[in-house]
Design a protein around this ligand. Structure first.
Ligand SMILES: CC(C)(COP(=O)(O)OP(=O)(O)OC[C@H]1O[C@@H](n2cnc3c(N)ncnc32)[C@H](O)[C@@H]1OP(=O)(O)O)[C@@H](O)C(=O)NCCC(=O)NCCS
Length: 178
C-alpha cells in the first residue's frame, strides 16, 4: 500500500490519527484523564497498579486533534499470580469526540501492540458490554484478585496467545521488573 493511500484512508476516519504516547505528552494526557474521570479515579483499585508503575509506551496510544490529546489508552506491566500480562487503562475519550469509533480504535491499537510485543494477555477492569466487542471476557477471571475492592464481573481478560487462556489466577501486582 502506498503512503498516499494511507493518507486518504486516515483522512476519511471520523476521528484523529493515533500515535504512541511520549513523555512530552504526559501532562496533557493526564489532564484529559482528569477531565474525563474526575478526582474519584484515584480511589479505584486499578490505580494501585498504575501508581509507581512504568508506562508501556510502545503499547499506549493517544489521539491528537490539532496537537492536543482527545483520546488515550494506556498500558502497564503487571503480573497475575506472578505471570506477566499487560494492564489496560485508563481509556478516555473527550466527550466531543465520542461515538465515532475512537475508543474502540484506541483499545484495538493497544491490544495489537501488546500482541506484537509478546504479552500473554491484556487485563482490565471495565464494562463487559463495551470491551466484549473487542474480545474481552470475564469467563476465566474468577481467580484473578485485584489489589482492592472491585466488582469481579468487571475484571476482563483478552488472551493474546491462546484462544482461551484459563491458567491465569492469583493476586494482580505491579510487575517487579518494571
Ligand atoms: C467509554 C469511552 C472510552 C468510549 O469512547 P468512544 O470513542 O465513544 O467509543 P466508541 O466510539 O468506540 O463506541 C461508542 C459506543 O459505545 C457505547 N458505549 C460507551 N460506553 C459504554 C459502556 N460503558 N458500556 C457499553 N457501551 C458503551 C456508546 O453508547 C456508543 O454507542 P453508539 O455508537 O451507538 O453511540 C468514552 O465514552 C469515555 O471516555 N467514557 C468515560 C471513561 C470510561 O468510562 N472509560 C472506560 C473505562 S476504563
Amino acid at each position: 500500500m502506498t503512503s498516499s493511500v494511507h493518507k486518504t484512508l486516515a483522512s476519511e476516519l471520523p476521528y484523529p490519527p493515533l500515535v504512541h504516547e511520549t513523555p512530552a505528552m504526559e501532562a496533557a494526557v493526564t489532564a484529559l484523564i482528569d477531565r474525563v474521570f474526575g478526582p474519584g479515579r484515584f480511589a479505584k483499585s486499578s490505580e494501585r497498579l498504575r501508581e509507581g508503575n512504568t508506562l508501556l509506551a510502545d503499547c499506549s496510544f493517544v489521539a491528537l486533534r490539532d496537537g492536543k490529546p482527545v483520546g488515550c489508552c494506556r498500558m502497564w506491566p503487571v503480573t497475575i499470580g506472578g505471570e506477566p500480562v499487560a494492564f489496560l487503562g485508563p481509556l478516555a475519550v473527550d466527550p466531543d469526540e465520542r461515538s465515532a469509533g475512537l475508543g474502540q480504535a484506541l483499545v484495538e491499537s493497544a491490544c495489537e501492540a501488546a500482541r506484537a510485543a509478546g504479552w500473554r494477555a491484556v487485563l482490565l477492569v471495565g464494562d463487559g458490554p463495551y470491551f466484549g466487542r473487542v474480545g474481552f471476557t470475564n469467563g476465566h477471571t474468577a481467580g484473578v484478585v485485584m489489589p482492592g475492592p472491585v466488582d469481579q464481573r468487571r475484571v476482563l481478560l483478552l488472551p493474546l496467545k491462546e484462544a482461551r487462556d484459563e491458567g491465569l489466577e492469583g493476586l494482580v501486582a505491579i510487575d517487579p521488573r518494571a
